[in-house]
Design a protein around this ligand. Structure first.
Ligand code: HPA
Length: 283
């Protein structure tokens, strides 16, 4: 299983630092089909292009194998803030260790990032959710982590945080309030709810959907919670937004496909851009 030493995180951060002129304050992780958000990033000077670094050029960085995930960092200005955008993430189901899945978060921390915005494509478990909706993540159930694959398993890296980090407010309440205000101001119907992290890659059976609903889950996906756990461990504040790309069937009458997920992401992307434009300057 691939794990990292502190100096490996530092090496990656140093390689990135050598390519940029301003250090990022906010990290953004873009989910399936939401990569277009990165097109809005500008360079350090108005009208210039952002710095783009392919993951393959950063030592230790795991490469995403999923269609719809680009595999690069876009570093520059968005909403007046210095940002580092992770365009494409790696998932547990690709065969990566949890340390690889969360590598980026710790590298961002070493670059000075204090706030993390995580987005994802998610299935709607809440019966009132529809494809194309956006949901503020208020809390998560880290099912894969609870079942023994928590990204913080193994020796604690004290340089980043404490052995037993608190998760009582994993998603920053103030950031959530800002996102809700931004949505209201721009006539976006921002849902809110609990996200459940499942390993995937198979989508859920109807019985699993009924089980998740009974647990109070509103949306399901195959990412995000591990990054949030690692971000909170090292003291970052987190804003999480899910794009609901499909409705999960509780009776087997509707199928879920990756194509459907990617298509809905095209409707969701612009809504998330509007919310972030409003919120980023305030984070
Ligand atoms: N289930 C799990 N992950 C997902 C889904 C889903 O229905 N849609 C997008 N990501």
């Amino acid at each position: 299983m691939r794990t990292y030493s502190f100096s490996e995180y530092q090496n990656a951060a140093d390689v990135i630092k050598s390519r940029i002129s301003i250090l990022p304050e906010i990290g953004l992780v873009l989910g399936s089909g939401l990569g277009k958000l990165a097109d809005k990033v500008e360079g350090a000077e108005p009208g210039t292009a952002p710095v783009i670094i392919d993951y393959k050029d950063i030592p230790g960085w795991p490469l995403s194998t999923v269609f719809g995930h680009k595999g690069r960092l876009v570093i520059g200005k968005l909403g007046g803030r210095n940002v580092i955008v992770q365009q494409g993430r790696t998932h547990f189901y690709e065969g990566y260790s949890m340390q690889e899945v969360t590598f980026a978060v710790r590298v961002m921390k070493l670059l000075g990032v204090g706030s993390l915005v995580v987005t994802n494509a998610a299935g709607g478990v809440n019966v009132f959710f529809h494809a194309g909706d956006v949901m503020l993540i208020k809390d998560h159930i880290g099912l894969v982590g609870m079942a023994g694959n928590n990204p913080l398993c193994g020796p604690n890296m004290d340089e980043f945080g404490t052995r037993f980090p608190d998760m009582s407010q994993a998603y920053d309440r103030e950031y959530g309030k800002m996102a809700k205000e931004a949505a209201i101001k721009n006539n976006i119907d921002l849902k809110e709810g609990t996200y459940c992290w499942l390993s995937g890659p198979s989508f859920e059976t109807p019985a699993e959907v009924r089980m998740l609903r009974s647990w109070g889950v509103d949306a399901v996906g195959m990412s995000t919670a591990p990054e949030v756990i690692v971000a909170r461990h090292c003291g970052m504040r987190v804003l999480g937004i899910s794009g609901i790309t499909n409705k999960n069937s509780d009776n087997g009458e509707a199928q879920t496909t990756h194509e459907e997920v990617m298509e809905a992401a095209n409707i969701i992307g612009p809504k998330i851009i509007v919310i972030l434009n409003e919120v980023l300057p305030k984070l």
